[in-house]
Write a protein that binds this ligand. Sequence first.
Ligand SMILES: NC(=O)c1ccc[n+]([C@@H]2O[C@H](COP(=O)([O-])OP(=O)(O)OC[C@H]3O[C@@H](n4cnc5c(N)ncnc54)[C@H](OP(=O)(O)O)[C@@H]3O)[C@@H](O)[C@H]2O)c1
Length: 271
Amino acid sequence: MIYIDINQERVPALGLGTYSLTGQACRTSVADAILLGYRHIDTAKMYDNEQDVGYGISDASVDRDDLFVTTKIWHTDLTRSGITAGLEDSLQKLQMDYVNLTLIHWPSDDMNLEECLETLMELQQQGKTRLIGVSNFPASLLQEAKSIAPIVCNQVEYHPYLGQSAILNVVREHNLMLTAYSPIAKGEVLQDQNLVNLGKKYGKSPTQITLRWLVQQDNVAAIPKASSHEHRAENLDIFNFSLTDEEMDHIHSLSKNHRLINPHFAPVWDD
Ligand SMILES: NC(=O)c1ccc[n+]([C@@H]2O[C@H](COP(=O)([O-])OP(=O)(O)OC[C@H]3O[C@@H](n4cnc5c(N)ncnc54)[C@H](OP(=O)(O)O)[C@@H]3O)[C@@H](O)[C@H]2O)c1
């Protein structure tokens, strides 16, 4: 495993995404992932699976302190009371006293950013979340958020077809973490001949090459979702090889501004 050291927390650079996993499938996936060696789990109130994630974690019987659990506050809850009640509800469903990281899931035109971040800071001081951060914040808004509060993360879509250079510049300037969601472009990388060819050199799949490319970058974590044991095991098996600088650059050059997630309430992207 590669770790990202951030504000006295050690974040495993590879985690399990859980969007669209619910019920028993979610519970089993989370428990199985932990048994495989995953120690970083990503959920959100909006995924409607926090209770199942919590059950999966307790089934796996690991020390809570060995896990890094992230949840998120939905964009319609971005008021002082909405954020406070939202995190309380997430903790209750997860059956936990604290999460490691709480994110604003999407920015909203209606939010008062200062008030939102102050509320998150209060929850952090109360020990309900170890770290605070944002998700889907364009570079300029990330910069503004960082000037208000000690946020540590921006979780955004990032894969070989969507470069994130502006956000990465802000992330590295302030030693934050970029958590890459849809890291294997929802499976699109599987057909990519560039990645297939690179994989042949290392005996790895295009998915593994892509995940390695992400976690080999400074301050970048990745949270692929996988509902099968085989995919979860494959995605974790990326720590026994490394890509050369030339290969890293080659994968960067595949970027073509191909964004997969862009709901009607998304911000104007500045990358
Ligand atoms: N902050 C946000 O707004 C936001 C937005 C989107 C996603 N996310 C987070 O990021 C996580 C991942 O993103 P995502 O689910 O959109 O996309 P993704 O992880 O890029 O792709 C998931 C898809 O790839 C397949 N897959 C996984 N491993 C594979 C492997 N080794 N070989 C072949 N196929 C494989 C999965 O199939 P199987 O399930 O069949 O294994 C699933 O269909 C989400 O679950 C969520 O936690 C956050």
